[in-house]
Design a binder for this molecule. Sequence first.
Ligand code: DAH
Length: 367
Amino acid sequence: MYTVPKLEDYSQHALDRAVVDLLAALDSETRELRTDSDWKTFRDRWMARKNGVLTQVNDTWLKAAPSPAKRDVGRRVNELKTRVEAAIEEAHGKIHASSADARLASERLDITLPGIHRPIGVKHPVLRVMDEIVAVFKAMGYSVGEGPEVETDYYNFESLNFPPNHPARDTQDTLFIAGQEQKPARDRLMLRTHTSPVQIRTMEVQPPPVRIVIPGKVHRNDPLDATHSPVFHQVEGLAVDTNITFCDLKGTLDHAMKALFGSSVKTRFYPSFFPFTEPSADMQVSCIFCGGQGCRKCKFSGWIELLGCGMVDPNVFEFVKHNGYDSSKISGFAFGMGVERIALLKYEVESIQLFYEGDVRFLEQFA
Ligand code: DAH
């Protein structure tokens, strides 16, 4: 490594040589610099007040110079100082530029690569249809309610006018919660078989008038097949006020079906039985596939059965009489529809099981 030599004499020749050697050393040292800490060591080696190369030059060349040579040596030393400072600054710039280059290189982003495709999820078709049904009734001023999926015998059956041991209970293949034999019959728990219990729950807390729809999950002990599932969804409806008639029921449901299936759809009401309505009806829509001509889907009848409905049975109001439901003053209608059944029809899906299998190839058709 370069050290500052003592000058033999102060001749021009000797001075020239000393300067050339020093600049050569400066030059070769700058070329070795790689890192910021290399550069700091280099800077201190040349510039340090105490024992830096320039200080040594000052001490060994200038201070020791005989008076006649002082001017010349002084000028050369000043020039050297300028050169050294410039070299240090230049080296600093280079090192910083190259570390910025390195950072740019390591953070390089190839924007021509194809991106990662993350499909955005959509509402499940069952939920979508459920929301659509609810929206139709909301637009008519109905509010939306919910109730528990684990229900008591009282709400699921008794207060809906299914007396204990009545054969109408057999129509709803019920999944009971085990180990409740010690409880009174009306407190025993089951998975609700329909959303109708929320009718009573609503009337218990809200005096008339009531207009409500209740979407929700229900359970039945049904084996899986193309049209049955032990878990499915319903939307329940209830309207209670003074002077509610069967005409209101017909008009409301006819409007809802036209909103769901298109304005050319017709409805008809067929006598039926439910313990909680009197009279009761099954509502049918004109076949949405053949327009009522008759086809395989409607079993050549031109009609498809879609939901149960009727005028609220006065026996039901008896259970909520204390909250203003006096059947001599008020009346109401109710209805309940299966969401999957409507979704199957609307989207022409072949099996209800497709709704629960979670197969993306099926579901993405609704995206
Ligand atoms: N809860 C009935 C069922 O699951 C459907 C039903 C029929 C609901 C008539 C009603 C109604 O509110 O009035 O089969």
